[in-house]
Design a protein around this ligand. Structure first.
Ligand code: 5GP
Ligand code: 5GP
Length: 233
C-alpha cells in the first residue's frame, strides 16, 4: 500500500512537471515581423550587406514569433534543435532574397536564420521546413511594398502614421503595428511592420494584443534604399 501511494505520488509529480513544461512553451498567436532595410541601415549602428549581395528595395522578414495574449512569449523551447540547412535546401534561394541579414559583419544569412529558428521557431510547433516556408508565404501574401505603393506611399518621402496604417489595413485586411527607429538626422522612420497570424490556420488575424512602444511620432520617413548614398554602408 505504502509503495502504491508512493508511485501514485511520483506519477502525479511527473504529470504536474509535464503540464508545467508544456504550459511554459504555449502561445496563442504569432507576430510576423517585416523590416524595411533602409531603416535598418541608416541608423547610427549602420549595417552590412549580405555576402550574397545588396538586397532589393523591399521589405524583408525579421521573424515569425510565437506570442501569448498577455504579451509574454516563449523562447528557446528546444535546446537540442539547431538550424539544419539541409531541411530547407529548396528554400534557401528565397530565404536569401526575402530573409537577408543586414547585421555586421556581412553574412550569408545562416547566423540570422539560426538565431530566429532557435529563439522563436523552436516554440512554433512547426518543423523547420514549415516554419521557414510559412514565413516566406506570409511575406508574399502581405505584399507590403505593393500595398503601400497602391496607396501612394513610396520610398523617399514622409507620411503620417495614420496613412501608413490605413494603407496596410486596406491592402492586407488587418491592422498592423508599426515600429519606428531614428536615422542619423533624428527623423523617425518606418522600421518594422508587425502583423498577427493565427497559430493553427497560419493566416493573418486581427492582433489580440499589440507590442508596447513603436515611437513613430506623426511624421514618418519612408527612406529610399536604392539611392547610392546607402551604398557606403
Ligand atoms: P527589441 O528589443 O528590438 O524590441 O527586441 C529584441 C528581440 O526580442 C526581438 O528581436 C525578438 O526576438 C524579441 N521580441 C521583442 N518583442 C517581442 C514580442 O512582442 N514578441 C516576441 N515573441 N518576441 C519579441
Ligand atoms: P531578435 O530576433 O532576437 O529576433 O533579434 C535579432 C537578432 O538577429 C539580433 O541579435 C541581430 O543582431 C540579429 N540580426 C542579424 N541580421 C539581422 C537583420 O537583418 N535584422 C535584425 N533585426 N536583426 C538581425
Amino acid at each position: 500500500m505504502q509503495s502504491e501511494s508512493a508511485s501514485f505520488f511520483k506519477l502525479l509529480v511527473l504529470l504536474c512537471l509535464t503540464v508545467l513544461c508544456v504550459a511554459q512553451d504555449d502561445f496563442d498567436f504569432f507576430y510576423f515581423v517585416q523590416q524595411w532595410p533602409a531603416s535598418y541601415c541608416d541608423t547610427k549602428r549602420s549595417c552590412c550587406y549580405p555576402t550574397t549581395g545588396k538586397p532589393a528595395e523591399d521589405f524583408s522578414i525579421h521573424g515569425l514569433w510565437p506570442n501569448r495574449n498577455d504579451g509574454s512569449w516563449p523562447s528557446n523551447c528546444k535546446k537540442d534543435s539547431s538550424f539544419d540547412e539541409s531541411e530547407v535546401s529548396d528554400l534557401i534561394r528565397r530565404m536569401e532574397k526575402d530573409w537577408p541579414s543586414l547585421s555586421c559583419p556581412s553574412s550569408d544569412g545562416v547566423r540570422f536564420w539560426t538565431h530566429e529558428w532557435e529563439k522563436h521557431g523552436t516554440c512554433s510547433l512547426l518543423n523547420q521546413r514549415q516554419y521557414f516556408q510559412t514565413a516566406l508565404d506570409l511575406k508574399q501574401k502581405s505584399n507590403l511594398l505593393q500595398v503601400l505603393n497602391d496607396a501612394g506611399i513610396s520610398p523617399g518621402d514622409f507620411y503620417s502614421l495614420k496613412s501608413i496604417k490605413d494603407a496596410i489595413e486596406k491592402g492586407v485586411g488587418y491592422t498592423p503595428f508599426v515600429d519606428c527607429n531614428v536615422d542619423q538626422s533624428h527623423n523617425h522612420q518606418l522600421y518594422q511592420v508587425y502583423l498577427c497570424v493565427d497559430s493553427s490556420s497560419l493566416d493573418f488575424i486581427e492582433c489580440p494584443v499589440f507590442p508596447h512602444g513603436g515611437g513613430c511620432g506623426s511624421r514618418i520617413e519612408f527612406p529610399s534604399f536604392s539611392s547610392s548614398s546607402h551604398d557606403e554602408f
